[in-house]
Design a protein around this ligand. Structure first.
Ligand SMILES: [Mg+2]
Length: 211
């Protein structure tokens, strides 16, 4: 049954499904990073998601924001490298912006993504168009902000679709930041691996909320 406001326990279940989806996608993420970078993204994300599962499964939550903060902390402390830092920042800062919320609805979704994305841009220096994960996150945040008056199902559906479109749009971009910045025009034709991860995460959240 489609969900309109998630409890902290449902939010935890959703994010455990996100972790499983990323683990399952390890070969896809490895290939995506190999096309433009060093190929370590899949294995790094898999390590991060195993740490996330261990942390979330051992915890009970009253705040939905704390689920995402723990998600980010587990990534940050287990992954190392740029992906650990930026994905950790995304979830930690995004979660902190909704740490006082006991339900996850359209407003929390918008706050999570926009606060998280701002912190990623502050910390990593990437802006939209640089061919990084920001190119999936920024349109997703815009869609979420436009949908705060809608149902959670509709807001999450629009947000995931915008993230996927952003991932696809990153294929045509010339990398000026991140894993592929030294490739210049040779980076055209492949999506950014971080944007691929973001799209999988958003689609998994959408599948949980709409089912
Ligand atoms: Mg890499």
């Amino acid at each position: 049954m489609a969900k309109e406001q998630l409890t902290p326990a449902e939010t935890k279940t959703m994010m455990l499904k996100v972790a499983d989806a990323i683990i399952e996608a390890e070969p896809i993420l490895t290939d995506a990073d190999r096309a433009l970078g060093d190929g370590d993204h899949g294995v790094g994300m898999e390590r991060g998601m195993n740490a996330v599962k261990e942390k979330l499964e051992a915890s009970e939550y009253e705040s939905v924001g704390k689920v995402f903060m723990d998600f980010g902390m587990a990534m940050m402390s287990s992954m190392g490298g740029a992906s650990g830092a930026v994905f950790g920042t995304l979830f930690r800062a995004g979660g902190r912006s909704i740490k006082d919320s006991s339900t996850f609805g359209p407003q929390e979704l918008a706050n999570l993504i926009t606060s998280g994305t701002e912190s990623v841009m502050d910390r990593g220096g990437a802006k939209p168009g640089d061919k990084t994960m920001v190119d999936a996150l920024d349109p997703a945040g815009t869609a979420a902000n436009s949908a705060t008056g809608q149902s959670l199902v509709d807001a999450m559906t629009a947000t995931a679709a915008a993230g996927v479109a952003g991932r696809d749009a990153s294929e045509a971009m010339i990398a000026t930041m991140g894993r592929a910045k030294t490739l210049g025009e040779k980076s055209i034709g492949h999506p950014d691996a971080g944007a691929v991860s973001v799209a999988i995460m958003l689609n998994t959240m959408k599948d949980f909320i709409t089912s």
